[in-house]
Design a protein around this ligand. Structure first.
Ligand SMILES: Cc1cc2nc3c(=O)[nH]c(=O)nc-3n(C[C@H](O)[C@H](O)[C@H](O)COP(=O)(O)OP(=O)(O)OC[C@H]3O[C@@H](n4cnc5c(N)ncnc54)[C@H](O)[C@@H]3O)c2cc1C
Length: 474
């Protein structure tokens, strides 16, 4: 009998984040042979970078079903379903026990950075016999170059380590690379590990998503403790209320509450916003950064520190020899793109999906998890768990289970269709497909993008006519 019939398929899983580990659990359950390659010294290496952040999805949404079954064999105590863990708790109570105490433990190779993936004997151009050729995965584990041969590959390497730059056009702003010591990407722990860096300093936060909002809320708390801390919110768009989310209409209540709390800080003037601020240039100016929008002699903000929370992008270089099909804008598969494209996306349209939607021209290769969304935001772990359940079924040849949808996703309560309107009496009317936003979320009047100079002045400098106080200039 040929090997292909007698031997279970080896599947390389790249990345041991929540979705990579879930993939391995599903593969194991189906009698396949997963090998997980993780760049970090431990599993959940990306989650560890934001361990201080409390997630907005409760435990019931953060645990994969196959992973739970593996953990149950070890006498694991399942966390309370309605509690909201921090990243650190996600690691301690779920990812680490899954990786160290279950049957997955011999399947994970940490300190293993994947550097390239190809097909043995086939460069990208060669077609005849390609489908039968195994994959070759090259990786480095500190001892030297290593290689792994696999029948299928699931890339679940996430996007955390490839953040978008500050530059509004997607390129680093002019000078951005030269001032890296004053820029943090993602979500620094401003109330904990990184407190000394931000306390009593002027800080600009660029971005309109959950990471930016979370950091701004934490900075506002830091300002309560150290009042000389100054905060400026830099927004590429012109409407701050788009970042306020769906409020009580969000089916993930913690996510809705985050937006509502943030709206209160902005509308009360505690956080000063600079809208339509497309960063073009960053220059060092003594102990400060001068961050310019548009043309270099136009508007600018002067602060000590910049936090860039402008989203992430997938790292595709190491997949160069594979035949991928990617949407030119979103960088997800073309089938998935219209469902998640932030230009089009409206609530409820991110329907659960699996192997079929994630397939590439390279048979047996899938991108799953956070990375599968390309540059699109709002990925949820539970989406990834459903993806890898379906992919594992497909690789095992169970096409019926692969196509089945076993997940209902919570809606965000926001959409890009007709905007919800707020009447004079404060009652909100839903627009398009969306439920009404939380009544507490007030729209920001056009002029209030400019804050009271005193409250929001990032640094005491000679007056320039700025929205956010003396250190900004229009
Ligand atoms: C601050 C923050 C808060 C979030 N809150 C929520 C929430 O409340 N609810 C929710 O559902 N989702 C939330 N998310 C989304 C969350 O990232 C994902 O749900 C989840 O972490 C994605 O898991 P993943 O396994 O796809 O990717 P990751 O968690 O990013 O894991 C990828 C893994 O791959 C490894 N890796 C990277 N490159 C390589 C390489 N070349 N070779 C080998 N290994 C590599 C990384 O080290 C990492 O361990 C949040 C994300 C962030 C950043």
């Amino acid at each position: 009998m040929p090997d292909s019939i007698t031997k279970p398929k080896t599947v390389a899983v790249l990345g041991a984040g929540p979705v990579g580990l879930a993939a391995a659990a599903h593969l194991l359950e189906r009698g396949l042979e997963p090998v997980v390659l993780e760049a970090g010294a431990t599993v959940g290496h990306a989650v560890r970078q934001w361990s201080h952040v409390q997630v907005f999805s409760p435990w019931e949404y953060n645990i994969d079903k196959a992973a739970e079954r593996l953990l149950a064999e070890t006498g694991w105590n399942k966390p309370q379903p309605d509690a909201y863990p921090t990243g650190a708790e996600l690691l301690e109570h779920y990812l680490e026990p899954l990786a160290t105490r279950t049957r997955l433990k011999d399947r994970i190779r940490t300190n293993s950075l994947v550097t390239s993936v190809g097909k043995i004997g086939f460069d990208k151009v060669k077609t005849k016999g390609r489908e039968e050729a195994p994959f070759e995965i090259r990786y480095q584990n500190g001892k030297g170059p290593e290689r792994l041969t696999a029948d299928a590959v699931i890339d679940a390497t996430g996007t955390w380590f490839s953040p978008n730059p500050a530059g509004a056009n997607g390129l680093p702003a002019v000078g951005e690379r030269e001032v890296q010591d004053r820029i943090a990407y993602g979500m620094p722990d401003v109330l904990g590990r990184d407190r000394a860096r931000y306390a009593g300093r002027s800080v600009a936060v660029l971005g309109g998503g959950h990471s930016a909002i979370g950091t701004l809320i934490d900075l506002a708390k830091l300002k309560e403790q150290v009042p000389t801390t100054e905060i400026v919110w830099l927004l590429r768009g012109n409407d701050p209320s788009k970042s306020f989310g769906g409020g009580s209409a969000d089916q993930l209540s913690a996510r809705g509450a985050l937006g509502t709390a943030f709206a209160t800080l902005v509308t009360s003037g505690k956080i000063c916003s600079e809208t339509s601020f497309g960063v073009s240039q960053i220059k060092r100016d003594g102990d400060h950064l001068r961050i310019a929008a548009g043309s270099a002699c136009g508007r600018y903000v002067t602060v000590n520190e910049l936090v860039v929370a402008a989203g992430f992008r997938p790292e595709l270089d190491f997949l160069r020899e594979l035949r991928l099909s990617l949407d030119p804008a979103v960088e997800s598969t073309p089938v998935l793109a219209p469902m998640i494209d932030p230009n089009l996306h409206s609530c409820g349209t991110v329907r659960p999906h699996g192997a079929r939607e994630l397939a590439h021209p390279e048979a047996g290769f899938y991108i799953a998890g956070m990375k599968s969304y390309g540059r699109a935001p709002t990925f949820l772990m539970m989406t990834g768990y459903e993806q890898v359940r379906s992919i594992a079924a497909e690789i095992a040849g169970d096409h019926e289970a692969s196509r089945r949808v076993e997940l209902v996703l919570p809606e965000t309560g926001v959409c890009n269709g007709p905007a919800p309107s707020v009447a004079a009496d404060g009652t909100a009317t839903a627009g398009g497909c969306c439920p009404a936003p939380a009544a507490a979320v007030e729209p920001v009047p056009a002029a209030s993008a400019c804050c009271a100079p005193k409250a929001a002045a990032p640094v005491a400098k000679p007056a320039a006519s700025g929205c956010c106080g003396p250190s900004t200039k229009a």
